[in-house]
Ligand binder design. Sequence first.
Ligand code: SF4
Length: 437
Amino acid sequence: MHTKQGKKPRINLITLGCSKNTYDSEVLMGQLNSAGKEVMHEQKVRKDDTVIINTCGFIDKAKQESVDTILEWAAAKEKGKISKLIVMGCLSERYGEELAAEIPQVDKFFGTKHLPEILKYLEVDYRHELIGERLLTTPQHYAYFKIAEGCDRPCSFCAIPLMRGKHLSTPIEELVLQAKKLVANGTKELILIAQELTYYGQDLYGKRRLDDLLRALSDVNGLEWIRLQYAYPSQFPLEIIDVMKERENICNYLDMPLQHISDNMLKAMRRGITARKTYELIDSIRQKLPEITMRTTMLVGHPGETEKDVDDLEEFIIKTKFDRLGVFTYSHEENTHAGTLVDDLDEEIKQSRADRIMEAQREISLTKNTDKIGKEYKVLIDRHEGEYWVGRTESDSPEVDNEVLIESKEQYARIGDFSKVRIYDAMEYDLFGEIIT
Ligand code: SF4
């Protein structure tokens, strides 16, 4: 079907939320593209185009952004700027009926597990054999790599299991096939993601098999970096640190959201671990691999959190010196366990506690970055921006961690390639370097 101008209607995807949503959008785009549909990601639209919004329903701020984006495109449709509006993903999974009643301009709402249904609605047949046929929305040289869906953990504050369901691992063979296809298309770095990475295999094989998966992926020729995100601390499988040591192309990098450290909060959050066990786990990991880069995420403002709990958290941060750290403020989510408690702290207090923790981390990050001055690193060049090539070391995940800035006036680099770089200056969250080879 073509427009009066003979142009083909296109499908424009908009992705909100986390890297798992990015992965889902890319899989959908791969299927549509293989069926001959013209697909694009967050581009300018024409009036005959279809817009699909992949939403996030995690916490207040993210939900608000999703609703605002839907309303923006609903208004565009009313003005005849687009022909069809489809909403998918977590917010739609959680509030689809309410949203459909409130925003009738949306043609169809789909949840988080409706790939075949969305395709059918767009007159395309789902083809399982297209495993790994993704249209990347990230630069070609790195890709988010979802190894499992859903989560079986009972964390009090978290609505993700409500939207993503139970933990479901993807078979090792299928993941290796996906990885090979990505490498054949130029991908050098895989960022392994899931809601709970370390649970991998428990559902499918009756035991944790992240270590086996890592070895299988590490054997894929051409994969230079394999990075781990979203590990869970309780019953952490230390054998994956052994595989990290054993395999050159598995980054000495681990993202493990801990959320808190006080026993009072770890119990209230139903994290299944104690402060003592957490300290011991970090010590064991660092004893096995002293050069590991550790990233974590904290949550402040949970119902019942006291000033003493935040004192414990600040002390933990200062003692442990994480390489990378982010903080969220608690969002009161209905149908979660904590949603049945009283949200007893106002937003200002929550935010001031988050600021306090980030201030402690800012100093730690500056000290650690300053220690890198004069040292040499393998840097993957992600993009050119202003007067700089911008890249990352093995210790930095895209979008959330530090970046290396290299003046481009007299230095040449290629996006997607590795360069050897010597660091000559540092800021809290960025490094400045020069190419040496
Ligand atoms: S492990 Fe993560 S995704 Fe799962 S319930 Fe806990 S916070 Fe949510």
